[in-house]
Write a protein that binds this ligand. Structure first.
Ligand SMILES: [Zn+2]
Length: 454
């Protein structure tokens, strides 16, 4: 091709055309998802948090015998509430016999409570929060435990039965999870993916319940399409006095084209259609500074995951006797639940994300016959009726353009440099729902130290 022609065609390609969408497109609304999102009830969220708080403490090492107080009573109630929500839910205790280690100061059963809504395929979409709580200062004071160097939670003298209401941390994420279990099961929608609604225990001792679960899932070669973890999502008033009931933060582990980041970008796109009044603030880090939650048990096992965090936290209330329902805003928690609902329903209805790497992990992207094209290939996603190609400048952090291509597994873009742009592809299902975007990622090139002669 003549040089001028080549430049012209590259320019034309870069300009907006009818088939090329600017930015990541706002998806058309699926009326089933709209209905599901509208079914989220702030009153029910309030009732759940109120009940959770009534157990006094839900510390992982608290009493398990009482019918009214402690983590045993709390988990039995969560189990029963899941069961009452819908006969479509398969409810289970996910029990792990954990040996004494670190903050687990004696052998204990760490019990997650899980409600599964089976889909047509075994691939899973998780929605989660942790139901265990901690009130460290009171626990230390009650036992007159001496302050010791290092991690105070490893002190075996502490009293695990003091009040630890945990209304927001993480009664909010637990209530959101339980409410969405009801809403999804009652929707009557047949999802392609299997939805797992799970309340974790042992989070405050180092993500014990979620890590035990995610590790055994990885060992069993389970497939997780997306994990929506929620930890402290129920208050719109920060400890800094800032009131913000209109945004939520989503943290995701990199690198920039990890599937966790892909999930984060996806949530923004889906929320813009189904919950347009709510702003999603993406954070290009795993979590808040030096803090963590159960999504990390998933990313550690290779599964895509994000965590939702309220816009402005009140750190003083956390892990104290003050984390009570009075500090919460159920209209705000409901909005965060709706964002989760829209995202999880969209992923669960869409086909699985295309596989864009070969068996040896090599990216299925090349420069084509001319040596200057973008030649993209991928594996077909079952149930897909078409695909959408996404691309962006290599320095940009979100997709800038996209183009729907037919039901093909190869597509070439003439004169578009794979050195200058990042490419991805998503699968589109018969009802228009789109998968996460799988990006073509350049493999790491092994580097070695130069050997010098003596
Ligand atoms: Zn928490």
């Amino acid at each position: 091709m003549h040089r001028t022609l080549r430049i012209l065609s590259a320019l034309l390609f870069a300009l907006p055309a009818t088939t090329v969408a600017q930015g990541a497109p706002r998806p058309d609304a699926d009326p089933r998802i709209e209905k599901l999102v509208a079914a989220v009830s702030p009153e029910r969220l309030r009732a759940i948090v109120s009940k959770l708080e009534s157990f006094g403490t839900r510390s992982t090492l608290s009493d398990t015998v009482s019918a009214a107080r402690g983590i045993g009573a709390a988990r039995r109630w969560i189990y029963e509430e899941f069961t009452r929500s819908s006969p479509r839910l398969r409810v289970e205790f996910d029990r792990h016999h954990v040996a004494q280690q670190g903050r687990i100061t004696r052998d204990v059963d760490v019990v997650n409570v899980m409600a599964i809504l089976p889909g047509r395929s075994p691939r899973r979409v998780y929605i989660s929060g942790h139901y265990d709580t901690v009130n460290l200062r009171a626990a230390m004071a009650a036992a007159r435990a001496p302050a010791t160097a290092g991690d105070p939670q490893q002190n075996r003298a502490i009293d695990y039965n003091v009040d630890a209401p945990g209304a927001n941390d993480d009664g909010s994420g637990t209530a959101l999870t339980m409410e969405l279990a009801r809403v999804f099961a009652e929707s009557g929608i047949e999802f392609d993916a299997t939805l797992v609604f799970i309340a974790w225990a042992g989070e405050e001792q180092g993500l014990i319940g979620s890590m035990a679960h995610a590790t055994s899932l990885a060992d069993a070669k389970g497939i997780v399409e997306a994990t929506f973890n929620n930890d402290i999502v129920g208050s719109s008033l920060g400890g800094n006095g800032i009131l913000d009931g209109e945004s939520v933060k989503v943290y995701s582990l990199g690198p920039e084209d990890s599937m966790s980041r892909s999930l984060a970008r996806y949530i923004v796109r889906i929320a813009s259609t189904y919950v347009p009044s709510h702003t999603i603030r993406l954070m290009a880090r795993e979590d808040r500074f030096a803090r963590g939650s159960d999504h990390s048990s998933f990313t550690a096992n290779g599964f895509p995951a994000v965590v939702f965090r309220e816009a402005n936290e009140n750190y003083r209330r956390q892990h104290s006797g003050d984390d009570k329902i009075e500090g919460m805003d159920f209209a705000y928690l409901a909005q965060n639940a709706r964002v989760n609902a829209a995202g999880a329903a969209s992923v669960a209805l869409a086909p699985t994300a295309p596989v864009v790497a070969g068996e040896r992990g090599q990216p299925l992207i090349g420069r084509g016959k001319s040596g200057y094209d973008a030649d993209l290939r991928w594996s077909a996603s079952p149930g897909a009726v078409g695909y959408r190609i996404y691309w962006r400048d290599a320095w940009a952090n979100d997709w800038q353009r996209s183009q729907v291509v037919g039901n093909v597994t190869q597509f070439a873009m003439p004169n578009v440099s794979i050195d200058d742009y990042v490419f991805g592809v998503a699968a589109i299902g018969a009802d228009g729902n789109e998968s996460l975007v799988s990006a073509f990622v350049s493999p790491n090139r092994p580097m070695s130290r130069v050997k010098l002669s003596q």
